[in-house]
Every structure is written in C-alpha cells, then in structure tokens.
Design a protein around this ligand. Structure first.
Ligand code: ATP
Length: 460
C-alpha cells in the first residue's frame, strides 16, 4: 500500500469520527477489537443506501419480493447449508510477536496467490516460500488451525447451542414454501432480505471493510434448472455494477474477479466478485454473485424431510428451482461511498475537503442558514424556509459561526445544497442557493424553491 493511499484512508477515518459518521465502538472502555458504531450521519448514509437498494431490487421489480427473517434460526439450518462443518477460515500465529493472521490473506499479500480453502497447500507454501511475519519480520509460525466463523450462543427453551446467523440468505430458503404458497410468485422470481450477519473473523481490519458484526443485503433468485442461466447471471452482474456506480464508484475503480474452478464449491457453476479499488490495499470484494444450483433447497428438503419443490401453475411441471445469489455488504457499500466521495480540492484559492456523495445518498440534503444569527428578521425568515423544506427533504438549520465555516462543515458531510437568507431576501422574498460541487450561487424566489429542489433531489 502506498503512503498516499494510507494517508487518504487515515483522513477518511478521521473525518468519519470528527463529523459524526463512524466512531470506534466502546471507546470509553478502551475500544473493542475493530468494532464501530455509526453516528448520526453514518446512520443516515447507511439507511439511504439500504432504501435505494430496496427500491431498486424489490419495489421497482415485479419479479421480486422482500422478507425479514430472524437472526437466530434452528441450528439444523446451518448443518444443512454446510456452515457447521465447513464455514471455516485458517489462522496462524507468529510465535515471536504473537500477531494472528488469516493464512490465505497472509499468503495472498506475500506472494499474490489465492489459496483460500486449500489447507495443505497453504501449510506447504508458508514453509516453502519462507513467508515472514509482516509485523516483526520473523519466520516462526505456529501450526495452521481452522476455526469455525459462526458465533455461538444459547437460547432459553432450546437445548444445545444456537448460532447468530453468518449470512442473511439462510432464512430465505426456510420461507421459500411459505412464499410460493401465499403469494402469486412464478419462477423466475427472487426473494430479498437485508439485516445483520455475524462472523467471528480471525482478524477484523481495514476500518468497516472487515468487521465481526455487519449488514448484508441478499437475494435468492429462483430459476428453472434448464433456463439460460448464463444470461441471467450476466444480467445480475450488470445490476450489481450499476448499483456500485449509484454509490458513487467510478467505472474504472470496479472490476470483476471470477473464482477459479479450484475455489468453487462443488454445487456452484460460477462465482464472480465485484471488486472496488479501495484506498487501502487496492481492489477487494464489494459484492458477490454465485450460481448455487439446487444445493440449498435440496439440502433443506433432505434435512427437514419436507418437499421444497415448485409446481409450474401453467404446465404442471414439478421441479426444484436453481438459484442465483447476488449478495451485497451494506457496510462495504458505506465504505465505498465514503471513499468515492472523498475529495480534496482548491476552490477560489482555498483548499477544501468535500464528500461528493450522489445527491440521493447524502445524509443531509439541504442546509438552511440565516446570514447572521443575531438578526431576528433573518433568523425568522430562515426558520420559515427551513419549516417548508424539512417537510420534503432532510434539512439542517445552522446559524453557528460565519458562512464560510458553515459551508466547510456542510461540504465535509456532503450536503448538496446550502440555502442562505440574507438582507436582500427580506426585500425580494428570495434566497441564495449554493451548489456543493460547483460552489456556484443562484438566487431563487421563495415561491419556486420547493420545485427547484423537487427537480434536483429524490427523497428515498
Ligand atoms: P471475504 O472474501 O471478503 O471474506 P466473503 O466472500 O466471505 O467475503 P460473502 O460470504 O460472499 O463474503 O458475503 C457477502 C458480502 O458480505 C460480501 O460481498 C461483503 O460485502 C460482505 N461481508 C462479508 N464478510 C464481511 C465482514 N466481515 N465485514 C463486512 N462485510 C462483510
């Protein structure tokens, strides 16, 4: 990672704390291993991304329905899906400095080889390539150990261990039958779900990129086993890339990574990650897309002894649908959006930091200022403007400090428009609107203000 990249990431992390987007969690107790809280603006940004996703992938499509299943499911679910047995990552400790690493990441960073899942291969590589500890430079490794990444917990009234879900998708298959029996969905169709997922990651790192408690937005898209799955797969991949661009990601900062056959699960015909060029370490996974065949429905049918097939209402054909699974990490969306928006630039001989979010995603859409806080007539009029606009958009009233300082603060939280009430406003019944990206200022009559913003902003 270059110093410049490192530096940019540090600046983004610091801005997130300073401006109320993301805070280190449990900080007053010394922090808790790379966990974070979303502050007021981070929560608004995250909610906007989730709403945009739900609108694009559920509400705007006739072939999709949404659901919301629980975090704790029957433990048999994870036996059937293979998580209890195989949702493992391999770790190794440096005996000298006690640092812990995820082995596939250690090897990837040292020699650029992707060996995820190949335990014997990784063991050999670690020795043969004489890979050194990136922390202390020694070559004194413990044996590699695999750990299951699911968080275990207990539940009153249930004997034995239960798990916090490691992905949201699991619950979707459990309600497949309920959904086809209660709605008029016809294959091809999809079920979407968003919510928390928990993974006991060996190393949580890179800010909110890899955390142990995160949010996913997932879809299971059910298709006929003989359908032209390649074109449906390609269609979803394009939708994922479009969604990444609606977060603000530039085309050139996105790429596809197709998993080699050696890395594919036995049931998957194809798996592709959509990667983003993060300012730490470069390209890494943002979204995933997998063809999972009929594995999940067949496994759950086998473990539950229930019939999970589908009968075509027209032809009467009965079959177990195959599934294409587009999966999106919400926290990685927030991170991508922050990284893509972060801009340092010179404007009229002064330098500024501005978050150039796509306007729909900005936590605050319009800030309203009276030119001076100690002039009642200006404050009163600015309040009137604020009261009108806040019914339609997320607005903020700010009368703190001079106008330059207020613009700087709104730039740093990415507010697309600032509206100022000055002395001319009192005579002319108009305001000044300043555009975040161009910094150009426009005078608009109060009677036209709402339409002006309705043409330019969508409220999600
Ligand atoms: P990785 O290879 O980065 O560990 P994965 O392939 O295990 O990710 P999936 O199981 O495909 O991830 O999960 C779907 C999505 O959930 C990912 O594309 C990513 O956006 C998000 N995600 C997965 N693990 C984490 C995590 N620990 N923290 C934040 N987001 C995550």
């Amino acid at each position: 990672m270059s110093d410049k990249q490192n530096n940019t990431m540090e600046k983004i992390v610091s801005l997130c704390k300073r401006r109320g987007f993301i805070f280190p969690c449990s900080e007053i107790y010394g922090g808790l291993a790379n966990s974070y809280s979303y502050g007021p603006y981070g929560t608004a940004l995250k909610n906007n991304i989730e709403k945009l996703w739900w609108r694009k992938f559920v509400e705007n499509r006739e072939d999709m329905v949404g659901m919301d299943g629980p975090i704790i499911l029957h433990p048999k679910v994870w036996e059937a899906s293979g998580h209890t047995e195989g949702f493992n990552d391999a770790m190794v400790d440096c005996k000298a400095c006690k640092y812990r690493f995820r082995v596939d990441h250690l090897i990837q960073e040292a020699i650029g080889e992707d060996m995820e899942g190949d335990l014997d291969g990784m063991n050999k590589k670690l020795q043969e390539e004489e890979i050194k500890c990136p922390q202390c430079g020694k070559k004194d490794w413990t044996d590699i150990r695999e750990i299951n990444m699911m968080f275990k917990t207990q539940m009153n009234g249930f004997d034995g261990e239960v798990y916090l879900r490691p992905e949201t998708a699991g619950a979707i298959f459990l309600d497949f039958k309920n959904i086809i029996d209660s709605l008029r969905v016809k294959v091809p169709f999809g079920i979407a779900q968003t919510g928390k997922a928990f993974r006991n990651e060996i190393v949580a790192k890179s800010f909110i990129f890899r955390v142990r408690e995160f949010e996913q937005m997932e879809i299971e898209y059910f298709i006929h086993p003989e359908a032209d799955w390649e074109s449906i797969f390609e269609e979803w991949l394009k939708k994922q890339e479009e969604f990444a661009q609606s977060l603000g990601a530039k085309k050139e900062d996105l790429r596809r990574y197709e998993h080699p056959e050696s890395k594919l699960s036995h049931y998957s015909k194809k798996t592709v990650d959509v990667e983003y060029n993060y300012p730490f370490g470069g390209f890494d996974e943002l979204f995933g897309l997998a063809h999972r065949g009929d594995f999940d429905l067949t496994q759950h049918a086998k473990y539950s002894k229930k019939d999970l097939s589908y009968t075509d209402p027209f032809s009467g054909e009965k079959y177990v649908p195959h599934v294409i699974e587009p999966t999106f990490g919400l926290d990685r969306c927030v991170l991508t959006s922050l990284c893509a928006a972060y801009t340092e630039e010179e404007v009229s001989d002064t330098s500024r930091v501005v978050l150039k979010f796509p306007r729909d995603l900005a936590p605050v859409k319009i800030a309203v200022f009276p030119l001076l806080r100690n002039r009642e007539e200006l404050v009163g009029k600015a309040r009137e403007v604020f009261d009108i606009l806040k019914e339609h958009f997320v607005c903020e009233f700010d009368d703190n400090g001079n106008i330059g300082k207020r613009y700087r603060r709104q730039d740093e939280i990415g507010t697309p428009y600032c509206v100022t009430v000055d002395f001319d406003s009192l005579d002319n019944d108009d305001v000044t609107i300043r555009d975040r990206d161009t910094t150009e200022q426009n005078r608009v009559k109060l009677g036209e203000l709402l339409d002006y913003f309705k043409d330019r902003l969508i409220s999600l």
